[in-house]
Design a protein around this ligand. Structure first.
Ligand SMILES: *Cc1c(COP(=O)(O)O)cnc(C)c1O
Length: 454
């Protein structure tokens, strides 16, 4: 521990970690000695190399594993890649409140305790006039809170065609059970009619639920009850209608090739009492879940003791506030990255792909085979599963490297570039690459070419 070559590691990574690694290293050398596999010469070499091995291992163990990556997959809302990159304003606001005390639960004018859920009320009132909203951890939490608040110990009627699994651990029947509500399935997988809901309503019914099917579609011989009809049935029977909207877009994206995606406002206009959606899908904000609907129901959700367990912190409020402001100002299409990416035209993407291609070809044309080909980007995040957005892909092949090797080398670049493989080539889609990252994509491709050349 006294050796000069360990002092920097001690200063940077701390004495306890370096000491523990050193002890483990020495123990390893003792074991080799006991086994008789060390002659005096190799013992000296082991001891001499110990400090640098300890330093390397300390670095490896303390290196961050949440790293910034470049998303060249063409999947705009990639859950594995952390969903929505925040807008500049949202990232700045989160930074501003991160390292300081704030008015999170403090009423500054009155000088007394305030409420954290009040901060976004003004913005929600502008976005959803006549309605109120509440923010929780994520949309799974929003659905859980809504069901527990409105239907604990009672029945929730839902179509068999909507008993979805969103991915891994979010399955509607499981969330329903955890909420204490009793699932009452109606209809069949492919067809559910209004009469099915009507017949199931009884003494124990608490609400009617409609779930956005998110990541799949039922096609062919199908029937689904339109939202309006479901809502008017709920009205007639004096029951609330809850919609799990999933992706929860606030803008009409039909002009950009995203059809079949009703907006949150559409659901409220249709008369839904409560709508749940994610803050980090089509909204393009931080991970969060938003419940919006009748003010009296939002008050009940806020008073539920579960709300405390599902609440969000100042970073989320600050980033979400900035994101919602872009929608209030009508600036989301230019300032919220997710919305900007979805609204990008194929030509704009092709122009960027060509610039990258030309820059790479100028230096590495001999090693990499480059071409622009037609392709489709996906929205992801469980929105519009069968609809792609037309895009231009940069296809990269090489006579010296397999597609798999190119993909892996791009993934090991700094920053890592995540791409996919198709028809024996690596396919890069710049739709979800932030424009300022294009030069880094070029650099990564040049590095791949240089590694193949060497
Ligand atoms: C994505 C999604 C969820 C889960 O939302 P998270 O924010 O990931 O918790 C729930 N329901 C639907 C319909 C979804 O699309």
């Amino acid at each position: 521990m006294e050796r000069p070559e360990l002092q920097e590691a001690v200063a940077r990574q701390g004495r306890p970690l370096v000491l523990a690694l050193l002890r483990a290293g020495l123990e390893g050398i003792r074991r080799l000695a006991r086994e008789g596999s060390l002659d005096p010469g190799s013992l000296d070499r082991q001891i001499a190399g110990l400090a640098s091995r300890v330093e390397e291992e300390a670095l490896r163990r303390t290196a961050s594993t949440i790293r910034a990556v470049i998303n060249a997959t063409g999947v705009v809302l990639h859950t594995n890649l952390g969903r929505a990159p925040l807008s500049e304003a949202a990232a700045r606001r989160a930074m501003e409140v991160a390292g300081t005390y704030t008015t999170l639960e403090y009423d500054l004018p009155r000088g007394r305790r305030g409420s954290r859920s009040s901060h976004l009320d003004r913005l929600f009132a502008l976005l959803f006039p006549g309605h109120a909203a509440h923010v929780v951890n994520n949309n799974a939490a929003a659905v859980l809170l809504a069901l527990n608040t409105l239907a604990e110990g009672r029945e929730v009627i839902v179509s068999r065609g909507e008993l979805v699994e969103i991915g891994g651990s979010f399955r509607i029947p499981d969330v329903m059970r955890k909420s204490g509500a009793i699932l009452r399935e109606v209809g069949t997988t492919n067809r559910t009619r209004l009469e099915d809901y009507e017949r199931a309503i009884g003494e124990r019914t608490a609400l009617l639920l409609k779930v956005h099917p998110s990541n799949y579609r039922i096609i062919g011989f199908t029937a689904e009850v339109p939202l309006r009809d479901l809502v008017s049935l709920a009205r007639r029977r004096r029951l609330p209608a809850l919609i799990d909207q999933g992706s929860g877009n606030l803008l009409d994206l039909s002009g950009y090739g995203v059809r079949n995606e009703p907006s949150v406002q559409d659901a409220l206009l249709a008369g839904a009492d409560l709508v749940c959606f994610s803050g980090d899908k089509a909204l393009g904000g931080p991970q969060s879940g938003i419940l919006v609907g009748r003010p009296a129901l939002i008050v009940r959700a806020r008073e539920n003791s579960l709300a405390r367990a599902l609440r969000v912190d100042k970073l989320t409020y600050a980033a979400l506030e900035a994101t919602l402001l872009e929608f209030v100002r009508g600036a989301a299409a230019s300032r919220v990255p997710i919305v900007r990416m979805v609204t990008l035209g194929r030509e704009a993407i092709e122009a960027r792909a060509r610039r990258v291609m030309d820059a790479v070809a100028a230096h590495a044309g001999g090693v990499l085979d480059l071409a622009i080909i037609e392709g489709t980007s996906m929205l992801g995040g469980g929105a519009a599963p069968e609809e792609g957005l037309p895009t231009a892909l940069l296809a990269v092949g090489s006579k010296r490297l397999s597609a798999r090797a190119i993909e892996e080398r791009l993934r090991r670049a700094t920053p890592p570039v995540i791409a996919r493989i198709g028809e024996g080539r690596v396919l890069l889609d710049l739709r979800a690459v932030l424009e300022q990252q294009d030069p880094a994509v070029t650099e990564a491709l040049l590095a791949v070419a240089a590694s193949a050349d060497g």
